[in-house]
Design a protein around this ligand. Structure first.
Ligand code: ATP
Ligand code: MG
Length: 390
């Protein structure tokens, strides 16, 4: 009896999408496909996605790569047999447990309700066979087994698998619009981008520096962060702009305490311009309520007012520890904490305004020549644009 090795990919939330389900599953398969070597099949089959036909030594690496695809709930390494004879099922289960010792439990799952043996009966029958086949190496523990063996009886085949690896869930990339993330070199913004991508949003990025006040190395660090992100979200572009022309004008003409908020509003304007040009309908930031002076409720409202696009702030209500945990989980943390300067630290006010009033900020912007003055500054910033494609 032939045993085929395969990977079972389960989708979580995608499964809830009524009429759109085939669309989401197709998108998910399209995301998994490029990760596979040539000739490996990936198909939707009875509510599961099955990957088959890969070289055995690549199984572990493939399974790990697939857990990183948004929309994937779990991945299991599995066997499939084409026979539904109990004798064949028992034999395959005994082979599955070969070389294993300790306690085990068999779970039966009868997806085909016309099959005459019920799920508990399958579990008991196969469990008995494994116990005997184990010749004393194995014993049953139904509460905390070392090994769980799932026997999944379907219409035309039987699947065997043990505990599965967890994916991130979410929705397949490319199913929910496009956003432009304001990507600093810090801890928060890479996590913000990752969280939106996990909901299916395609991501592009913009980064601001203040060269020569900030170093080329700081810029490299951001590209390296973007590289880590791209292992989840695929290739994307990072637009890199020098904010210095605007920062110098603010420093020369406006109250020092307003520096941060004025710079943040300029970032929003430049980001909006790039977003509209690149077909991104949203801006994404790593802002978090109350984290720093520029992220008080009042400051966020004043920042928001500078842009005509909706600003998504997926971290808004998280605690810093939660953000750090996520950054560690996705692998951006170590890079983020490398100590390089950010453009926001240039001209940092000694006493930043924590409760800025929009009227006062507009008055300061008026000192730069009003609409046209701002427009000229924005143009000077836009002129410095470089694009890094990942
Ligand atoms: P992060 O850890 O993401 O740097 P932060 O807590 O340091 O965030 P701020 O420096 O106030 O907070 O920045 C808030 C948000 O503004 C960032 O999450 C990011 O989205 C955006 N931002 C800040 N600096 C830059 C920059 N140099 N380039 C692009 N976006 C930036
Ligand atoms: Mg920062």
């Amino acid at each position: 009896m032939g045993i085929e090795h395969l990977l079972i990919v389960r989708y979580g939330e995608v499964a809830l999408k009524g009429q759109n389900k085939p669309y989401f599953v197709k998108k998910l398969i399209a995301r998994i496909h490029p990760l596979l070597p040539p000739g490996v099949s990936v198909v939707s089959d009875g509510g599961l996605i099955l990957v088959a036909g890969y070289p055995a030594e690549q199984e572990e690496a493939l399974a790990r790569a697939i857990t990183k695809v948004f929309g994937v709930a779990t991945v299991s390494r599995a066997w499939r047999i084409p026979s539904r004879e109990m004798a064949d099922i028992r034999a395959a289960a005994v082979r599955w447990m070969e070389g294993k010792a300790g306690t085990f439990k068999v779970f039966g799952k009868r997806a085909d309700k016309t099959y005459p043996v019920t799920s508990p009966e399958i579990a008991a029958d196969v469990g008995e066979a494994v116990l005997v086949g184990g010749g004393g190496r194995l014993s049953v523990d139904v509460n905390r087994p070392d090994t769980s063996l799932y026997v999944h009886l379907r219409r035309n085949d039987v699947l065997f698998y043990d505990d599965s690896m967890k994916g991130f869930g979410g929705l397949p990339l490319g199913t929910n619009g496009k956003g432009l993330v304001l990507l600093s070199g810090g801890i928060d913004s890479p996590v913000a981008a990752w969280l939106m991508a996990k909901r299916g949003m395609r991501i592009h990025a913009v980064h601001f520096h203040s060269y020569p006040y900030t170093s080329k190395r700081a810029e490299e660090k951001v590209k390296e962060l973007a590289e880590i992100l791209s292992s989840y979200v695929g290739g994307f572009r990072v637009h890199i702009l020098n904010l210095l022309p605007a920062q110098e004008a603010f420093a020369a003409n406006c109250p020092e305490s307003e520096m941060t908020i004025l710079v943040r509003r300029m970032m929003m304007r430049a980001a909006e311009r790039i977003a509209r040009r690149e077909g991104c309908a949203f801006l994404i930031t790593g802002e978090n309520l109350g984290q720093v002076a520029s992220q008080t409720a009042e400051a966020l409202a004043v920042t928001d007012a500078a842009s005509g696009l909706p600003v998504l702030r997926p971290l808004i209500a998280l605690d810093k520890v939660e953000i750090i945990e996520r950054a560690q989980e996705i692998g951006t943390y170590e890079k983020s904490i490398e100590p390089y300067e950010d453009c926001c630290t240039v001209f940092l006010p000694r006493h930043p305004a924590t409760r800025p009033k929009i009227e006062a900020i507009l008055a300061s912007e008026e000192k730069l020549g009003g609409g046209q003055g701002l427009e000229n500054l924005l143009a000077a910033v836009m002129e410095t644009e470089e694009v890094c494609a990942l």
